[in-house]
Design a protein around this ligand. Structure first.
Ligand SMILES: Cc1cc2nc3c(=O)[nH]c(=O)nc-3n(C[C@H](O)[C@H](O)[C@H](O)COP(=O)(O)OP(=O)(O)OC[C@H]3O[C@@H](n4cnc5c(N)ncnc54)[C@H](O)[C@@H]3O)c2cc1C
Length: 408
C-alpha cells in the first residue's frame, strides 16, 4: 500500500528542508524525499547573504552560523576593468554580516532542523513523476527507491528539486546560467572579511558573468566563476574555459601563487530571475531553484530557496485547512512571492539579458566608485535589497556614466 502524508516535498536542499520544517511545525504530516544521502555536497559559492543568514536564524541556526570555522563577511570588494569599489554590507534590516559556509554543512543542518520538527525524511528516493487522479488532480508522486518503483500519496506536492525538473515541462524553468567552483587552501588575497567579486573583461565583453573569491574561516576559500548561457552561445566557449582563464587573471593568479587546490573544480547550472518558471498548479507548488528563484545579478539562491519554502509551507497549511488544493488557493503563494521579490529579480534579469554585454556599463562602475551613495545602491542591487533601477536615484553619477559611455 502506498504511504500517505499531508504534503510530499521532493528535494531536501534549502528550499525543501525549509518547506518541510515550516509545514511540519504548522501541524502537517510531511514526507521529504531526496535522491541523495546527506550530508552531500552541492556545487555553490557557499556565500550566505545577510537576508539568507536571517532565514537560517529564523530556523534556529543563528548560533551555529557564528562557529569559528565559518567565514563571516562584512563587506564587498568589486574589481572591474576600470574601477575598484569597496563597500560595507548595506545597513538593511538583515544585519551587518553574511557568512561563507560549505553547503555540505549548511544543507545537513537545515535538513536536521526539518527532521527535528518531525518531517519524515527518506534518502535515496528519486521522484520520477507526479501521480494524478482521473480528474487530473495531483495525488502524489511515483519514485524509485532501492531500484524499485514506489508510490507516495498526498493531495499536495512541493517541487524543491533544484534544476531537476521532475514535475515536468509545464513547471520546468529554463537554466540561464552556469557556474563552476573549486576549493583552495592558503589563498593570499587581502581583506578576507570581504566577498571579492571580479567583473572581468573576458566574461563581460560578449555577455555577463563574474568570478569570485569567498573566504571561509579556516584558511580555505571558494573560488569560482559563472556566466550566462547566452555568453556561452555567443562565444562558443565552455564554462571550464572561462573558469580556467579567470584563475589566470593577473590579480587572482598572484593570490593563488602559494595556494593548494582541494578537490576538483565542479560545475552546476542556475535558474535565475523568477524567469520562465510556473510556481503553482492544482496540487503543486515549486520553491527555490525549481521556481527559478536565484538572483540574476548575484547568483545567490539559498536565502530565496528558504524564503520561498517558508511561504509555500504557509500556503500548504492554508490549503490543508480549507481542504482545497486548487489553483485558486495556491495562486496566493505565487502572488505573495511575486510581491516580495519580482521587482529585484526581474529588473536584474532584464539588465543581464537585454544589455548585449556588461562591459557597456563599465562607466557606471567608474561613476559609482566616486559616489558613495550610488556605490551603496549598486551593492544593494547586487545583494537583492533593491531593484537595479534604483540607480536612477543618482542622476549625477548616471549622467557621468552616460557621458563617458558616449565618448568611448
Ligand atoms: C557554482 C554555483 C555557485 C553558487 N553560489 C551561490 C552562493 O554563493 N550563494 C547562494 O545563496 N547561492 C549560490 N548558488 C545558488 C544555490 O546553489 C541554489 O540557489 C540553491 O542550491 C537552491 O536550493 P534548492 O533547495 O532550491 O535546490 P538544491 O540545493 O539544488 O537542492 C535540490 C535537491 O533536490 C534533490 N533532487 C533533485 N531531483 C530529485 C528527484 N527527482 N527526486 C528526489 N530528489 C531530487 C537533489 O538531490 C537536491 O538535494 C550557486 C549556484 C552555483 C551552481
Amino acid at each position: 500500500m502506498a504511504e500517505r502524508a499531508d504534503v510530499i516535498v521532493v528535494g531536501a536542499g534549502p528550499g525543501g528542508s525549509a518547506t518541510a520544517y515550516y509545514a511540519t511545525r504548522a501541524g502537517l504530516s510531511v514526507l521529504l524525499l531526496d535522491r541523495q544521502s546527506f550530508p552531500r555536497d552541492k556545487t555553490c559559492g557557499d556565500g550566505l547573504m545577510p537576508h539568507a543568514s536571517e532565514e537560517l536564524t529564523l530556523m534556529g541556526l543563528g548560533d551555529w552560523l557564528d562557529e569559528p570555522a565559518h567565514g563571516k563577511f562584512s563587506g564587498f570588494s568589486l574589481y572591474t576593468q576600470t574601477s575598484y569599489l569597496r563597500q560595507k554590507v548595506p545597513p538593511t534590516l538583515h544585519g551587518p554580516h553574511g557568512y561563507v559556509i560549505p553547503r555540505e554543512e549548511t544543507d545537513a543542518r537545515l535538513l536536521g532542523r526539518a527532521e527535528e520538527a518531525g518531517a519524515d525524511f527518506r534518502s535515496g528516493v528519486r521522484a520520477t513523476k507526479l501521480l494524478r487522479s482521473s480528474a487530473g488532480n495531483v495525488t502524489g508522486v511515483e519514485a524509485i527507491a532501492d531500484g524499485e518503483k514506489v508510490r507516495y500519496e498526498a493531495p499536495l506536492v512541493v517541487a524543491a528539486d533544484g534544476v531537476g525538473g521532475f514535475a515536468g515541462e509545464g513547471m520546468k524553468a529554463r537554466q540561464n546560467s552556469v557556474a563552476r567552483r573549486q576549493y583552495f587552501r592558503n589563498v593570499s588575497g587581502p581583506n578576507k572579511e570581504d566577498l571579492h567579486i571580479f567583473i572581468t573583461k573576458d566574461m563581460n565583453e560578449r555577455g555577463a558573468g563574474y568570478g569570485w573569491v569567498f573566504y571561509f574561516g579556516d584558511g580555505r576559500a571558494n573560488v569560482g566563476a559563472g556566466v550566462s548561457t547566452k555568453t556561452l552561445d555567443r562565444t562558443g566557449r565552455n564554462l571550464k574555459d572561462y573558469f580556467d582563464r579567470f584563475l589566470e587573471e593577473p590579480e587572482l593568479a598572484s593570490w593563488l601563487e602559494g595556494a593548494e587546490p582541494e578537490g576538483p573544480a565542479k560545475s552546476w547550472s542556475l535558474k535565475m530571475g523568477m524567469w520562465g518558471a510556473k510556481r503553482h498548479v492544482q496540487g503543486l507548488m515549486s520553491v527555490g531553484d525549481a521556481a527559478s528563484m536565484i538572483h540574476p545579478i548575484s547568483g545567490e539562491g539559498v536565502g530565496y530557496a528558504i524564503e520561498s519554502g517558508r511561504l509555500a509551507a504557509a500556503w500548504a497549511h492554508e490549503a490543508h485547512s480549507r481542504g482545497d488544493y486548487s489553483t485558486r488557493v495556491l495562486r496566493g503563494y505565487a502572488t505573495q512571492l511575486r510581491q516580495k521579490r519580482a521587482k529585484e529579480h526581474l529588473s536584474g534579469y532584464a539588465l543581464t539579458n537585454l544589455v548585449p554585454n556588461l562591459q557597456m556599463i563599465e562607466p557606471l562602475f567608474k561613476a559609482c566608485e566616486q559616489d558613495p551613495g550610488a556605490r551603496l545602491t549598486l551593492i544593494e542591487g547586487f545583494t537583492g535589497d533593491t531593484p537595479v533601477y534604483s540607480l536612477l536615484k543618482h542622476p549625477r553619477s548616471l549622467g557621468r556614466a552616460v557621458k563617458a559611455a558616449l565618448k568611448s
